[in-house]
Design a protein around this ligand. Sequence first.
Ligand code: ATP
Length: 240
Amino acid sequence: MSSPLAPAPLVVLDGVSRSFPPPADQRSTRSRDSVEVLSRVDLVVHEGDYTAVLGRSGAGKSTLLSVVGLLDRPTSGRHVFSGLDMALAPDGVRVARRAEQIGFVFQAFHLVAGLSVLENVALAGLYSGRPRSRRLADARLALETVGMSHRQDAFPPTLSGGERQRTAVARAVAAGPRLLLADEPTGNLDRENADGVMRLFADLNAAGQTILVITHDDAVAARARRRVRLEGGRLHEEDA
Ligand SMILES: Nc1ncnc2c1ncn2[C@@H]1O[C@H](COP(=O)(O)OP(=O)(O)OP(=O)(O)O)[C@@H](O)[C@H]1O
C-alpha cells in the first residue's frame, strides 16, 4: 500500500485499449472487426521517472504515445494525467493540458524552416498564452541547456541533424512541461548524435524532468531508468 504522503502518479493508464477500423482493403474480404492495437494496457508514470517503451514496428508505440500525449483518446479504459481523468475530459481541457504540461520530440524534428532557432524554441508556451518576452527568456535558457546558444540566430535548414534535434528538445522543454514525450528521437541521427541526444535526456532527467521515450532501439532504451515492452497489444515490464 502506498504511503499517504506519496505523490500521486503523473500518468495512469488503467486497462486502456485503442482499436482502429480494419484497413479498407480488408473490409470486404475479411473480418469487419476493428483491430485492437492497445489491449488493456496498464502503465503508471511518476514525476521524475525516465521510461522507455520498446516494441517492434507496428507494435503500437506511436499509438500509445498519442494516447499518453492527449493527441488521441482510448477506445476504452481510464487515462489519468496530472490528477484528471482525461479519457472523458472535453477537448478544450485536453488541449489546454497538452499545451501547458506536455512537451513533444519527434523523429523528424518538426522545426519551422523560416524561423530562427531562437524563434522556433520560443514557440513553446505560445498556445498556453505566455507573453513573448517570457517565451524568449525561456527559449534562451533552454538553448543554453542543450548547448545551442551559439546557433540561436541560425535557421533549421543550415543545422546538422544533431543540432536540429537538440533545438527540438529545447523547444519541447522550454515551457517547463511536467512530461517530455519522445517518439524515436534518435531515428534520424547517426550514433554519435544519437548518443548526444540521449546524454541530454539523461541530464534533463537528472534535473527532475519526467521522460517517456518510445523506441525500437535497445541502445536508446538502455539509457532510461525503466523499460517496458509493447507486444501483442499488451505492455510488459522488461526488467526490474
Ligand atoms: N489512425 C489509424 N487508423 C488505422 N490504423 C492505425 C492508425 N494508427 C495506427 N494504426 C495501426 O496501428 C498499428 C500500430 O501502429 P503504430 O504506429 O502505433 O506502431 P509503432 O509501434 O509506432 O510502429 P513504428 O515503430 O513502425 O512506428 C499499425 O498496424 C497501424 O497501421
